[in-house]
Write a protein that binds this ligand. Structure first.
Ligand code: FE
Length: 202
């Protein structure tokens, strides 16, 4: 028996911006692990890495919004919400934001729906926490298709330049590390993902 981890890449995902508020400022992060689990009542699970500031905020407040990104979302949305931490940056600084009834941000662009969630239970998965949530508010705001992870990889993430023939590319943000071997403890300087998220540039 063998486990080809590439098989797991064939599980389909959508891409979402999770918005929260730590009591002093709004925050947002990119997430692909949002799934509806039951319909009566509607329960939605969201799984977040414990290293993310958002995880800490949700544990503290029990509240979050899911903003469903559409295929129109440009790479800049992923840079803004995916490649920096709310621990040291204010991702909505100087912006006039729209909020739902729970006071959390609803993005004004590039989403087709949002839902406000309240945590019912948390499951510790080691590196991540899975939050099982009830839906307290939800609205469809546009009919553009949801962006899938596959669509992001194919159409949104920058392509490596032809002359960068030797090295490893970050599968998350497209950053290219030039060199014959990628150090095991390498961390992407752009999106902070580990060496395991890099693949050789052909
Ligand atoms: Fe990266």
């Amino acid at each position: 028996m063998s486990v080809d981890t590439k098989a797991l890449y064939n599980i389909g995902y959508g891409l979402y911006v999770i918005t929260t508020n730590d009591g002093t400022k709004h925050n947002g992060m990119i997430c692909n692990t949002v799934t509806q689990q039951t319909s009566t009542p509607a329960l939605v699970s969201v799984t977040i890495n414990k290293a993310n500031y958002t995880c800490e905020i949700i544990q503290k407040t029990g509240e979050l919004n899911v903003n469903c990104l559409t295929v129109k979302a440009p790479f800049s949305v992923f840079e803004k919400f995916g490649f920096a931490s709310g621990r040291d940056t204010d991702k909505f600084a100087g912006e006039e934001v729209k909020t739902s009834q729970n006071g959390l941000v609803v993005l004004d662009k590039y989403i087709n729906s949002f839902m406000s969630l309240k945590v019912q239970q948390s499951i510790d998965l080691g590196t991540h926490i899975m939050f099982i949530c009830e839906v307290t508010e939800a609205e469809v705001v546009d009919n553009t298709e949801t962006m899938s992870y596959a669509y992001y990889h194919k159409n949104v993430k920058p392509k490596p330049k032809a002359q960068q023939s030797l090295g490893y590319m970050c599968k998350i943000c497209g950053y290219v590390y030039n060199g014959e071997t990628l150090p095991e403890d390498f961390v992407c300087p752009v999106c902070k993902h580990p060496a395991s998220d890099f693949e050789p540039v052909e």
